[in-house]
Design a protein. Structure first.
Length: 440
């Protein structure tokens, strides 16, 4: 009689923070001998880590649940949509269990109840650094959970709670373990990366026998000393963020800063409950570039926020022209259920939102095209992500995986994912670069 290994199908939706949650659950599953399957048919139970940040994400999550129930029938839901337990259970009363975000213990308990683990110890082996859903050479490092801000367009605090920073020694241990397992790039994520340690009053801990403060700057420096690329994401623009720019200029961490600015008009920013001083932001950007000329600045913006007038939108476009940001993402305002901004007066019509979004991206595309064209002829370090039929695909220090551009390198080289090479930029478009390897 053949031995049946209990098998889990796993679907991970949403942001990199949710991806880290999925990795942690999958690591625990593998440690207990569960197999992780890529299809419904081979799975005894399906776990779906959902997203609920905007309406499109809610719809995607609901569709994934419906499909899994139809194809498999035994489904456990976790993640941000799971925080709206009543809504999910009303739509899908046949679910095995529903939990909220960062609820690994509850997910494991539900799995144990409906699919007990195998007791064969040979099945409990897991690779160093745990199970990762990213390629082997880069990994997301989540340093905190939750957020203390109450931005009116966002429901994350109601889903994930207030800021809870991980102990700095635990973060460093995980980072060191990831690098030992072959990770060449650490992508630091959280809901509010630059607030790290605020909830602990920047507590002093010990790592490797030396004191290390639970604070954004000290953590950034310590991570940079481990020898991998360190990329900072979701950095709320507190004044102390300025202190990290010299670390970028010195090569301790990557010269890359992901700062979600959201808008430029004073009244709109106030209505969003965001920092409301675009002139100050522009001065800081100029200062950052003076200190670190190679810095890549990424940001996200919302167009069509309730009450946004054409003049206020034009002010946002003017800000883009002056700021000359390297990488930009934009969203039309989505009235996600539970956001306090939904109650604001003068909502913007959907067709106007979409028109403004298109105009916004047209302005930014021209900026991006020129910024990338200025890099042609430069020699830069490129991390290799993989290859296709024409050659290798990589990223520069200014490109985060999946959200920024790529660098295409002709074949004929003995390269593998995770290699870091020097290459001369030979061509560009509005989003990507082409390069050729430089001989030593």
């Amino acid at each position: 009689m053949s031995h049946h290994i209990p098998s889990i199908g796993f679907i991970s939706l949403g942001c990199p923070k949710a991806l880290v949650d999925s990795e942690q659950i999958i690591t625990r599953l593998r440690a207990e001998g569960y197999a992780i399957q890529p299809d419904y048919k081979s799975s005894d139970v399906v776990v779906i880590n959902t997203c609920a940040f905007i309406d499109d994400a809610v719809e995607e999550s609901m569709q994934a649940i419906a499909e899994a129930l139809n194809e498999n029938g035994k489904v456990i839901v976790t993640g941000c949509l799971g925080a709206k337990q009543g809504v999910v259970e009303k739509s899908f009363p046949d679910l095995l269990a529903v939990t909220g975000p960062h609820a690994a213990d509850e997910v494991m308990s539900a799995i144990h109840q409906h699919l007990p683990p195998d007791t064969d110890p040979k099945l409990s082996l897991i690779p160093p650094g745990g199970i990762k859903l990213t390629p082997r050479h880069y990994a997301y490092l989540k340093i905190s959970e939750g957020c203390n801000h109450r931005c009116t367009f966002c429901i994350i605090p109601s889903l994930r709670g207030d800021l809870v920073s991980r102990p700095v020694a635990d973060v460093m241990d995980e980072a060191e373990g990831l690098i030992s397992a072959g990770v060449r790039e650490l992508l630091v994520v959280s809901q509010d990366t630059s607030a790290y340690g605020l909830d602990t009053r920047y507590r002093d801990e010990f790592w490797r026998g030396k004191p290390l403060k639970t604070r954004f700057l000290e953590l950034s420096r310590a991570l940079g000393e481990l020898g991998a690329w360190v990329r900072l994401h979701y950095v709320y623009p507190y004044p102390h963020v300025d202190d990290a720019i010299p670390l970028m200029a010195q090569g301790v961490i990557l010269p890359y800063l992901d700062v979600p600015l959201q808008h430029a008009n004073y009244d709109i920013l106030k209505a969003m409950k965001r920092p409301a001083n675009a002139e100050n932001v522009l001065r800081r950007i100029e200062k950052w570039r003076d200190i670190c000329p190679d810095i890549t600045l990424r940001s996200t913006f919302i167009v069509g926020f309730p009450g946004e007038t054409e003049q206020q939108f034009e002010e946002l476009l003017e800000f883009l022209e002056v700021a000359q940001l390297d990488r930009v993402g934009a969203f039309a305002y989505s009235p996600v259920d539970g956001a306090t901004a939904n109650a604001l007066a003068n909502p913007v019509a959907e067709e106007i939102k979409q028109d403004r979004l298109q105009r916004f991206m047209q302005v930014q595309e021209k900026i991006s095209e020129q910024k990338l064209a200025n890099r042609v002829g430069r020699v830069e370090e490129i991390i290799i992500d993989g290859e296709d039929e024409e050659g290798f695909i990589g990223r520069s220090k200014g490109d985060a995986p999946e959200i920024d551009g790529m660098v295409f390198i002709e074949g004929g080289h003995d390269l593998k994912a995770g290699d870091i090479v020097r290459a001369k930029i030979t061509a560009s478009n509005a989003h990507d670069l082409w390069a050729e390897i430089q001989k030593p």
